[in-house]
Structures are given as structure tokens and as C-alpha cells.
Write a protein that binds this ligand. Structure first.
Ligand code: BTN
Length: 269
């Protein structure tokens, strides 16, 4: 295990002040590892666990997150909001930060790829999934409530699970980078968007997310426990729930997976 701190860091990754990363060659899951650290140690916001590979990477809804070497697998500890009901908002904060990070990475070609947000927390390039985000709550009687923000970004290898949304990787879009450099750019963007969320509230995040999510009126299908439902995307409500106009009226969806139609046709900001 290697420690990189903001003050005693090797050239990369460069971290926001007071953020610190613990690097492991291999872990079961960075989310699981960071939760164990919360139980055992003194912790602070910006504590990160980063792994070269995961043997039991977790995805949303109990799915497995395949974790071949070469990609980013990181979990970042974030202080939970006082109103814990607002915790899911952090997934949207992370998605807009990841999208901004991807757009800032150097590319071999001149054109800007279409990087979009798919409800609730995925990031797509040209309509294919490049990043998954898994926020999990870690509470402790004495240390309070924390969110373990797990982020997986495909750099070179892609998810092989055929049931998952079509995958892609940064390298397939002429973005040739390293996990350490992605962490440098990602933590800077996340630090910025966390500040905006806390200063201006979820409305500011939601407003930005809507500029890079599906177009209003686009046909979107969402997988729910009781089956798929499709309709016209009508935006997000003030809590981040997806609003869908279906033949049977408007539905407010809190938990689900967008099956298609998740990205925007707009490129860039
Ligand atoms: C999804 O299903 O889209 C969410 C995937 C989240 C994967 C990341 S990889 C780093 C962190 N550790 C995990 O076990 N999962 C998250």
C-alpha cells in the first residue's frame, strides 16, 4: 500500500488541500475497504482509497463491477449532508464532476466527444457508458455520517457484462491518459462541484446536469423492479427523481436504471 498526501506527494496525483489517497495494488472493493477504514480509524473528508484492480467490485443494484487493470477504481470519503435525505444528490455532483474531468483530459484528435450524463449517476461518451458511480452511506455512532463515493472509470479495458449498458473506454475516444492523471483532474473537479453544491444547493447541480442529460421530450426507457417503463423525459424534480411522461400519465421515478435514451445529443457544454 502506498500513501500519497497533498503535502508529501510524488508528482501525481495532485490532490486538493487536505485530501489524501491510499493506493493498493488489489482490493476486494474500494468502497468496502473505505467503509472498513471508517469503522476503524479517524477519518476526514477527501480520504480516498484507490486500487489497481478489484476482486469484488460492486455496481449498482447488487451488480458486479468487473475491474480489469488499467482503469480507475476509487472511493472518496465525503461528509454527508446534515439532512441525510439529500445524500443521493452527491451522485449527481459526482457525475457532473466526472464529465468535466473527461472533457479536460488531453485528446489526440481536435473534435470534442459527446460526454453526457445518464440518470441517475452514469457518464456516457457517444452514448456508451464510460463511468459508473456508487455512493454508499457509512454511519458510525461517534464519527457521524459519511458517504463513500465509489467511482469507476474505464480508461483502457471495458466492462464485459453483456447485461450492462454498452460500455466504452477513454482510449477508444483518443484520450490516452493514466489513472493517476485522471485522479488529479477528477479530484479538482469534484472539489469544485462539491463547493458549488454546498454553497448554492442542489438546484445548481440539477440545472447543470440537465444541460448534459437527455433532451427534454426524448424517449427514455427505465428498468424498474416491476418491469420497464418508457416515456418522454421531462427533467428531474428538486430531489433528483426522474420525471417521465408515459401513456398513463406522469411518473416520478426514484430508483431504476435507464435502459436507453439516457444521453443527450448535445456536444460539450
Ligand atoms: C454502476 O453500477 O454503474 C456503479 C459502479 C461503481 C464502480 C466503482 S469502482 C470503485 C468503487 N468500488 C466499488 O466496488 N464500486 C465502485
Amino acid at each position: 500500500m502506498t500513501w500519497y498526501t497533498a503535502s508529501h506527494a510524488p508528482p501525481e496525483p495532485h490532490l486538493p488541500p487536505d485530501w489524501r489517497v491510499m493506493h493498493f495494488d488489489s482490493l476486494d472493493s474500494t468502497n468496502a475497504a473505505l467503509k472498513r477504514i471508517v469503522e476503524q480509524d479517524d477519518v476526514h473528508e477527501g480520504l480516498m482509497v484507490w486500487a489497481g484492480t478489484q476482486t469484488a467490485g460492486r455496481g449498482r443494484a447488487g451488480r458486479v463491477w468487473q475491474s480489469p487493470r488499467g482503469n480507475v477504481y476509487v472511493s472518496i470519503l465525503i461528509a454527508a449532508p446534515q439532512n441525510i435525505a439529500q445524500a443521493p444528490e452527491l451522485g449527481f455532483v459526482a457525475a457532473v464532476a466526472v464529465r468535466e474531468c473527461i472533457l479536460e483530459l488531453p485528446r489526440h484528435n481536435a473534435g470534442e466527444p459527446k460526454v453526457s450524463c445518464k440518470w441517475p449517476n452514469d457518464v456516457l461518451i457517444e452514448g456508451e457508458k464510460v463511468c459508473g458511480i456508487l455512493p454508499e452511506l457509512a454511519t458510525d455512532d461517534t464519527k457521524g455520517s459519511w458517504i463513500v463515493l465509489g467511482i469507476g472509470i474505464n480508461l483502457k479495458a471495458v466492462q464485459l457484462d453483456p447485461a450492462a449498458y454498452p460500455p466504452t473506454a477513454l482510449s477508444l475516444h483518443q484520450i490516452d491518459t493514466t489513472p493517476a492523471h485522471v485522479l488529479t483532474v477528477l479530484t479538482r473537479a469534484l472539489h469544485k462541484w462539491l463547493g458549488k453544491w454546498r454553497a448554492e444547493g442542489f438546484a445548481a447541480i440539477r440545472e447543470h446536469w440537465l444541460t448534459c442529460g437527455p433532451d427534454i421530450g426524448a424517449n427514455v426507457a427505465v428498468g424498474l423492479p416491476e418491469g420497464a417503463v418508457s416515456g418522454a423525459f421531462m427533467g428531474l424534480d428538486e430531489d433528483g427523481a426522474l420525471l417521465l411522461d408515459t401513456r398513463k400519465g406522469q411518473r416520478r421515478i426514484v430508483v431504476g436504471d435507464v435502459l436507453f435514451g439516457g444521453g443527450t445529443d448535445a456536444s460539450g457544454d
